[in-house]
Design a protein around this ligand. Structure first.
Ligand code: 6R9
Length: 657
C-alpha cells in the first residue's frame, strides 16, 4: 500500500469548476453552511422538501440508544408513492421514467404514469398472494423494467425486498432466502448476458428443492416468473405463477398506505469478514431522504432535461439507491440497460449514450479501466457530447483512470465526482459537488453536507492533515444501516465496537488519508474483504467454498492488485493426500476455480489457484495473508519472522513459479 500512497501524494492536478456550470448548478456552497449551522435541522428540511409525507414527523433523530438510530420516527410515508404517484399527480405522468435497452437491442420507453400503473397492479398481485407489511420477498431478476416494478411494488405494500444479484448461484440464493425467511420469490425464466440467454429460474428451482431432511423449513409459498429469455423452464403447479398471466389481470387501482419512517424497506446481503454474508437492513424515511438528496446534488439533476444513466445492476446497493430509489424519488428520466458493456460490440455503452443523449453517467473504475485498455478510438466513434456529469463508485479510482474518464469520455469538460459510500451507508457520503468543488483526480474529497467523517488512528484519534489512518463516520446519518438482519450482536461488533469509547464512531473498514487540505483519499479495505470489479467478496467465504471441494485440505485466499479489476482473487490450496492417491493433479487448479464459480457465482471465481504444500502460519495458527499477497503480486516476500516455520515462504514461492 505504501507505493500507492507515494503515488497519490504526487498527484497535483486540479480542476476548477466551470463558471457556466456553477451558474446552473443544483448544489450550492450554502448547503455546507446550513448543515454546519444545524445538522439535524438541515436533514429535517431536506426530508420535508424532497419527500411527501402522509404524516409529518416531529423529531428528526432519536439517538438515545446508540448505535440503534431512529430517523423521522413518528413520520409516515410510502416510498413507492414518493417514487411514482406523486409525479403523476404533479402533472408529470408523461415524463419517461425508464428508457430500457435490452442487450439484443430491443427497447422500451416507460413513462411515470405507466410505471405507476404497473406497480399498482403488481402490488395488488402481492396482496392477493398474502404478501404484506413486514413480509420478505426475494427478487432474482435481470436488468429489466419488471425488476424496478417488483422492488417498488414490494415497498408499496410495506413488505421488505431482498434483491439477489442474478449472477449468484443457487446456493447463494438459497442461503439468502433462508436467512430472510422469504415468502415469495420474483424471478425470470432468464435474461440476456453476452449475447446468450442466461437462465435464472432453474437456480430458483434448485434453491427450493431438496428441503426434506435439510432441517430448514420452507418459507417460500410462491414464485412469480417474468418471461424474458424465452428459455424452457420447469413448472411447479400451485407454486409458480407467470407474471404475464397475473399482473395484466390485476386491477390498476391501489392506494398507497403510509408506513412509519422506520419500517424496513429492504435487506441487501453483502460480504463481510466471515464466511456468512450479512443482511444489511435499511428502513424507509431516512434512506429515501438521503438517496434523493445525494442523487439530486451530486449528479446535478435537472429532472426535466437530464437523461441519467447508472450502469450498476439492481443486485447491488448502487442499483438500489441510484437506479431505483434516488432517481425515481427525484422524477428523473433514466436509462436501464440489461446487458454487458461489450455485447454485442465493445462500443455498446457509448452507442447507448449517443442513442438516448445521456447527460449524467455513473459507473465504476473497473469499467473505466477496461475501456482505457481498449483505447479511445472506440468511444470516439460515438457522439458523447450530451454528457455533462460523470460519476465513479465502487473502489478507489486511480488518478490516471479519473483523468482519462474526464478527458476521453467527458471531452475535458465535464466534472467527475468520485463518490465513496457502502451498502451499509445506503447513500453517498463523501464526494465532490459538481460546480462547487475544485476536483482532485483520485480523491473522493469531502463529506457531503450533513455528513461527518474523519480519519483516525487505531485509538480513534484524528490523524491530522497529511496522515493516513482509518475512515470513520462520526455522527449518525439518515440512510445508515439499521442493523444486520437477525443478528444485532454482529451489527454492534462489526461497525461500532472498535471505537466504542468514542461514543458512536462507525468503523467503515476502509483505509484513508487526509491531504494537506483535509481532503479524503480512500486507500482500500483494511480487513479481509476484497474488492473485485467493485464487488465485495470475502476471503473467508471463498475459502469455505474451496474447502467444501473433496480435494481440498486447506485454502487461503487473498486479493491481489489487478490492473483492470482493481483486485483479483488468488487462492492457495493444499490438496488432500488421500485425494492425490486416487486422482491425477492435472487440471485440478482450474476445476477448483470453476467450483468456486458454481458455489458462489462467477464473480467469485479466483483468477489464479495455486496448489501448494503448505500455508504460512503464525505460531498461533493464523494464516499470514500479507505474505501470500506478496507472492500473488510478484513482490519480494515481506517480514517472515513471526511465522512458525520461516522456511515455508520460499517453498511456496517456488511452487507458485
Ligand atoms: C457503493 C458500494 C463498499 C466498499 C467500500 C470501499 C469501496 C466504494 C469507493 C470505494 C474508494 C470510492 N468503495 N466506493 N473506495 N473510493 N469512491 O460500492 O458499496 O459494494 O458495499 O462496497 O467499496 O472499500 O468500503 P459496497
Amino acid at each position: 500500500m505504501s507505493s500507492q500512497i507515494d503515488h497519490l501524494l504526487d498527484e497535483d492536478r486540479r480542476f476548477a469548476p466551470d463558471p457556466a456550470f456553477t451558474a446552473q448548478a443544483v448544489a450550492t456552497a450554502e448547503l455546507y453552511e446550513r448543515a454546519k449551522a444545524d445538522r439535524l435541522g438541515f436533514w429535517g428540511d431536506e426530508a420535508r422538501e424532497l419527500l411527501t409525507w402522509s404524516k409529518p414527523f416531529t423529531e428528526v433523530l432519536d439517538w438515545s440508544n446508540p448505535p440503534f438510530a431512529k430517523w423521522f420516527a413518528d413520520g409516515e410515508l410510502n416510498v413507492a408513492y414518493n417514487c411514482l404517484d406523486r409525479h403523476v399527480e404533479a402533472g408529470n405522468g408523461d415524463r419517461v421514467a425508464l428508457l430500457w435497452e435490452g442487450e439484443p437491442g430491443d427497447s422500451r420507453r416507460i413513462t411515470y404514469a405507466e410505471l405507476t400503473d404497473e406497480v399498482k397492479r403488481v402490488a395488488n398481485v402481492l396482496a392477493g398472494l398474502g404478501v404484506g407489511e413486514g413480509d420478505r420477498v426475494a427478487i432474482y431478476l435481470p436488468m429489466i423494467p419488471e425488476a424496478v416494478a417488483a422492488m417498488l411494488a414490494v415497498a408499496r405494500v410495506g413488505a421488505i425486498h431482498s434483491v439477489v444479484f442474478g449472477g449468484f448461484s443457487a446456493d447463494s440464493l438459497r442461503s439468502r432466502i433462508d436467512d430472510a425467511g422469504a415468502k415469495l420469490v420474483i424471478t425470470a425464466d432468464g435474461g440476456y448476458r453476452k449475447g446468450k440467454v442466461s437462465a435464472l429460474k432453474p437456480a430458483v428451482d434448485q434453491a427450493l428443492a431438496d428441503r426434506n431432511g435439510s432441517g430448514v423449513q420452507e418459507t417460500v409459498e410462491h414464485v412469480l416468473v417474468v418471461k424474458r429469455g424465452g428459455n424452457d423452464v420447469e413448472w411447479t403447479e400451485g407454486r409458480d405463477l407467470w407474471w404475464h398471466d397475473v399482473v395484466p389481470e390485476a386491477p390498476a387501482d391501489h392506494v398507497a398506505q403510509g408506513f412509519p419512517a422506520e419500517n424496513p424497506l429492504f435487506i441487501l446481503y453483502t460480504s463481510g469478514t466471515t464466511g456468512k454474508p450479512k443482511g444489511i437492513l435499511h428502513t424507509s424515511g431516512g434512506y429515501a431522504t438521503q438517496t434523493a438528496f445525494t442523487h439530486k446534488n451530486v449528479f446535478d439533476l435537472h429532472p426535466e432535461s437530464d437523461v441519467y444513466w447508472c450502469t450498476a445492476d439492481i443486485g447491488w446497493i448502487t442499483g438500489h439507491s441510484y437506479v431505483v430509489y434516488g432517481p425515481l424519488a427525484n422524477g428523473a428520466t433514466q436509462v436501464l440497460y440489461e446487458g454487458t458493456p461489450d455485447a454485442p460490440h465493445p462500443g455498446r455503452w457509448w452507442e447507448i449514450v449517443e442513442k438516448y443523449g445521456v447527460t449524467v453517467l455513473y459507473t465504476a473504475p473497473t469499467a473505466i479501466r477496461s475501456f482505457m485498455k481498449i483505447g479511445r478510438a472506440v468511444p470516439h466513434r460515438f457522439d458523447l457530447s450530451s454528457l455533462r456529469v460523470l460519476g465513479s463508485v465502487g473502489e478507489p479510482i486511480n488518478p490516471e483512470a479519473w483523468v482519462w474518464y474526464r478527458s476521453v469520455i467527458g471531452a475535458d469538460r465535464t466534472p467527475v465526482v468520485d463518490t465513496w459510500w457502502q451498502t451499509e451507508t445506503g447513500a453517498i457520503m463523501v464526494s465532490a459537488l459538481p460546480g462547487i468543488t475544485e476536483t482532485k483526480p483520485g480523491s473522493a474529497q469531502v463529506a457531503l453536507p450533513g455528513i461527518s467523517v474523519d480519519v483516525v488512528d487505531e485509538e480513534g484519534a484524528h490523524v491530522g492533515n497529511g496522515n493516513g489512518g482509518l475512515l470513520v463516520i462520526t455522527e449518525p446519518w439518515p440512510s445508515m444501516l439499521r442493523g444486520i438482519w437477525g443478528d444485532p450482536e454482529r451489527f454492534v461488533e462489526t461497525y461500532w465496537e472498535k471505537f466504542a469509547d468514542k461514543g458512536g464512531f462507525y468503523f467503515a473498514g476502509d483505509g484513508a488519508r487526509l491531504d494537506e487540505d483535509g481532503d479524503v483519499w480512500l486507500l482500500g479495505r483494511v480487513d479481509d474483504v476484497m474488492n473485485v470489479s467493485g464487488h465485495r467478496l470475502s476471503t473467508a467465504e471463498i475459502e469455505s467454498a474451496l474447502v467444501a471441494h473433496e480435494a481440498t485440505a486447506e485454502a487461503a485466499v487473498v486479493g491481489a492488485s489487478d490492473e483492470t479489476t482493481g483486485q483479483a482473487v488468488v487462492a492457495f490450496v493444499i490438496i488432500k493426500e488421500s485425494y492425490l492417491a486416487e486422482h491425477a493433479p492435472e487440471g485440478l487448479a482450474n476445476d477448483l476455480r470453476l467450483w468456486v464459480g458454481e458455489q458462489i457465482g462467477p464473480i467469485a471465481r479466483p483468477r489464479d489457484v495455486y496448489i501448494v504444500g503448505e500455508l504460512p502460519k503464525t505460531r498461533s495458527g493464523k494464516i499470514m495473508r500479507r505474505l501470500l499477497r506478496d507472492v500473488a503480486e510478484g513482490r519480494e516476500v515481506g517480514d517472515t519472522t513471526t511465522l512458525a516455520d520461516t522456511a515455508v515462504m520460499s517453498v511456496i514461492s517456488a511452487q507458485v513459479k
